[in-house]
Design a protein around this ligand. Structure first.
Ligand SMILES: NC(=O)c1ccc[n+]([C@@H]2O[C@H](COP(=O)([O-])OP(=O)(O)OC[C@H]3O[C@@H](n4cnc5c(N)ncnc54)[C@H](OP(=O)(O)O)[C@@H]3O)[C@@H](O)[C@H]2O)c1
Length: 283
């Protein structure tokens, strides 16, 4: 295939997978990063420097680009329209890594995460490009927040151990993205993506233990104590949204959809599969 696809977030969990799966199907890819020196991209990938918080810097990487894998790492959607002004001059198609938190039945979203992604979706729609929105629920990579606890002991401490949710392998999100980027028929669609099974947080910890060959035990702590710990790496408004979502998922577990399998033809990977793929990181 001769088209060029620009991958934003190319050094991140999902973008890196999108990049490698596009290479596997023989697409010319270009990776966007703010820092070429530390990007460590696979051989054969053309990398360009660009910063979504300075939309004018995107221009140089857009030459010959026909489709863009877009993610939005900024805390506000303020610059999304300006970014799309640049993107739409070149690309016909955008596949956006949005969020499963969006509710189409609401005009105003509940919480800043859903509102941010809904606002970016609107900016993309208004640009007039062909769009596909991927709306994933939780990433399996979120359990990496337990890395240091698991490396140094056999206990995983957290709040709402009974909160049940599905977790997505980054490979599955990327596989859906690659279909939408490279094939017709996905324009104007939004796909709610989930993992294949509901697991409580305590079960997730146990499964990581199975993958690394060492039993792990969940230790419940108060929501206030968990909040205090989480504030070390996330802003308060995000911490509160996440903890409220966990509290809700004790009573109302997250949804399961068949979208990954419907679109890729392959069932979504289990969390045990993900944990086995990443076992070395937890050891
Ligand atoms: N975690 C979840 O459960 C969940 C669920 C639904 C949706 N999401 C969505 O997924 C996104 C995270 O994806 P991920 O886990 O793949 O990301 P990640 O691993 O956290 O990586 C962040 C990426 O963003 C890039 N980046 C950061 N600031 C940038 C800027 N100003 N301009 C251009 N690029 C910038 C970084 O690239 P460089 O450092 O190389 O520039 C890096 O590649 C979230 O932002 C959210 O929208 C997450």
């Amino acid at each position: 295939m001769n088209i060029v696809i620009l991958v934003t977030g190319a050094t991140g969990n999902i973008g890196r997978q999108v990049l490698s799966q596009l290479l596997d199907v023989g697409v010319r890819v270009r990776a966007l990063t703010r820092d070429l020196a530390s990007a460590h991209l696979p051989d054969g990938v053309e990398a360009v420097r660009g910063d979504l918080s300075a939309p004018e810097t995107l221009e140089v990487g857009m030459r010959d680009v026909e489709a863009v894998f877009m993610m939005w790492p900024l805390p506000s959607a303020e610059l999304a329209s300006a970014a799309m002004e640049v993107v739409k001059k070149y690309a016909q198609r955008v596949v956006f890594l949005s969020s499963g938190a969006i509710r189409d039945d609401l005009i105003e979203q509940i919480g800043p995460i859903a509102q941010l992604h809904a606002d970016v979706e609107q900016a993309i729609k208004h640009s007039g490009v062909e769009w596909t929105f991927l709306r994933p629920h939780g990433f399996a990579t979120n359990t990496r927040r337990w890395l240091s606890q698991i490396r140094s002991g056999d206990v995983v401490r957290g709040a709402y151990g009974d909160a049940a949710m599905t977790l997505l392998h980054e490979r599955d999100i990327a596989a859906v993205a690659v279909r939408a980027l490279t094939r017709d028929g996905h324009g104007g669609r939004d796909y709610v993506l989930t993992g294949p099974e509901l697991l409580t947080q305590a079960e997730q910890a146990r499964i990581i233990g199975d993958a690394i060959g060492r039993p792990l035990r969940w230790e419940e702590i108060s929501s206030a104590a968990a909040r205090q710990e989480m504030l070390a790496w996330q802003p308060a408004e995000v911490v509160d949204v996440v903890l409220n979502a966990y509290a809700d998922m004790v009573t109302w577990p997250g949804p399961i959809t068949s979208a990954v399998e419907d679109i890729t033809g392959k069932p979504a990977h289990t969390f045990l599969h993900w944990a086995t793929d990443h076992a070395a990181d937890f050891r």
